[in-house]
Design a protein around this ligand. Structure first.
Ligand SMILES: [Zn+2]
Length: 455
């Protein structure tokens, strides 16, 4: 077991929760107007994730909220969640985005600095020509930052942007409290230090420093990108830095900078980080086509959308957006191949009817099963029960409070007796998680049932 203990640091530790409906959809609030809201997802809790492993997960429609991991079922949702990514190396800012940057830069630098600096440090004619003719995102976004400005003279305001540890501080909480209350219009009694800590400071991601193919050192893990104006924290980008992307978790800002389009500026900073840091891709978080608040995400282009069935990326162009206008669930790969809706393999009612014929199986079925068994959900991109029967899970590693070290799934007393088709059994719960993650990643995980590691 020594070799295993040495390998322990390279595993990702995850505990299955299960497949369920979230009680209320915060995006359309349909449940409040009497219609039913449906937001089915598969859930798990992570105690520790390597950046490589989490990169693989978000490329399979997963996302995290604190330490909670979930993969939504786009086919069974009032507001289907799609994963988007933007290629920072091909990004072109729109006129509106360029104007937001220029307006904020002018505010920070101030007229008298601009005048004085032009006199003390006159740019060459070539520099002036270049600046007027092209919008270099990385250059322009950093232009007002204190370390970039030649002084004297002094700019009107001191502005800094820094990647900091994702730890809780009162300074950060003050911005969160203001943002949730004023911008998000959340009731004050719902805003708490504990909530901020759980939602935006806790992360199962491990920190690593790696050298990219470009020879540059690159930080991986969860960070807070902190924006300070005249020494005061005014905005925070909560980011996951992964091997191939900057993944935006949340962006929050103080009301005092509301008029400068901080959401836009934050996105542009993150795209610049993806470009300069060699991460390449910027993930803006889940995109919900019928949610107006999300429309700003597709103003940044070129953007790609992850196909829930094939797990391949498709360009989100005008034609693709037209399809999203027409129907709530879209598999672009399938649409583009001209293949019509595949027949539903096993509907819940068929399963029920089939089971009633079989006396031995009838007992297995309880009322909650159809709604909460992943293998009956029709969730796109998930192996079927038949496919999972073929997967050898015997060697899957586990940890529990009742054993000092790792053990294999086949060491479990119930392992031989249980079937993965029996909803609610330990074996079926493990099989659901392996299916939702993907059987090919089984060797990278340890199923972690320890209670103490989650406290
Ligand atoms: Zn909804």
């Amino acid at each position: 077991m020594q070799a295993l203990d040495d390998a322990a640091a390279h595993f990702s530790y995850i505990c299955p929760i299960g497949y369920s409906n979230s009680s209320d959809c915060g995006y359309c609030r349909r449940s409040r107007s009497g219609q039913s809201s449906k937001r089915y997802s598969y859930y798990a809790v992570a105690t520790s994730l390597t950046p490589d492993f989490y990169q693989a997960l978000i490329d399979r429609c997963w996302r995290r909220s604190g330490t909670l991991l979930y993969r939504p079922n786009q086919k069974n949702s009032c507001c289907p969640h799609y994963t988007l990514r933007l290629d920072s190396t091909a990004f072109k800012a729109t006129k509106d985005q360029r104007q937001a940057v220029n307006r904020f830069n002018k505010h920070v630098i101030g007229e008298s600095y601009a005048r004085e600096a032009a006199r003390l440090h006159p740019p060459t004619r070539e520099q002036v020509r270049k600046r007027n003719n092209e919008f270099d995102l990385a250059k322009r976004i950093h232009e007002p930052e204190a370390p970039m400005l030649k002084s004297p003279p002094l700019p009107a305001h001191q502005f800094t942007v820094a990647l900091e540890p994702n730890t809780f501080t009162e300074e950060k909480y003050d911005v969160f409290e203001n943002y949730q209350r004023i911008v998000h219009k959340e009731a004050p009694e719902k805003i708490s230090r504990g909530g901020f800590q759980r939602f935006l400071c806790s992360s199962p991601l491990k920190h690593e420093t790696v050298t990219g193919p470009d020879g540059k050192e690159r930080q991986l893990g969860s960070f807070h990108q902190c924006y300070r104006l005249d020494g005061k924290l005014v905005a925070i980008g909560v980011l996951d830095l992964l091997p191939h992307c900057v993944s935006a978790v949340y962006f929050l800002y103080h009301e005092s900078i509301h008029s400068f389009s901080p959401g836009k500026l934050g996105a542009l900073q993150e795209i610049a980080l993806a470009l300069e840091g060699g991460y390449r891709w910027w993930y803006s978080g889940f995109y919900i086509h019928n949610c107006d608040k999300m429309k700003y995400k597709i103003d940044f282009s070129p953007q790609y959308v992850l196909d829930p069935e094939t797990l391949k990326w498709d360009l989100l162009d005008k034609e693709a957006l037209r399809l999203f206008d027409q129907k709530p669930y879209v598999s672009l790969s399938r649409e583009r191949q001209g293949i019509s809706e595949e027949p539903v393999k096993e509907s819940a009612s068929e399963i029920k009817a089939g089971r009633q014929d079989s006396a031995s199986d009838a007992d297995d079925l309880d009322d909650g099963e159809d709604e909460s068994f992943l293998f009956h959900s029709g969730m796109p991109g998930i192996p079927s029960l038949d496919q999972m029967e073929e997967v050898d899970m015997d060697g899957l590693l586990l940890r529990s409070d009742y054993a000092d070290s790792f053990f294999s799934a086949s060491d479990l007393v119930v392992w031989e007796a249980e079937r993965i088709s029996q909803y609610g059994t330990l074996k079926s719960r493990i099989a659901e998680m392996v299916a939702a993650i993907g059987p090919d990643l089984m060797g990278a995980i340890c199923v972690d049932f320890r209670k103490r590691s989650r406290s």
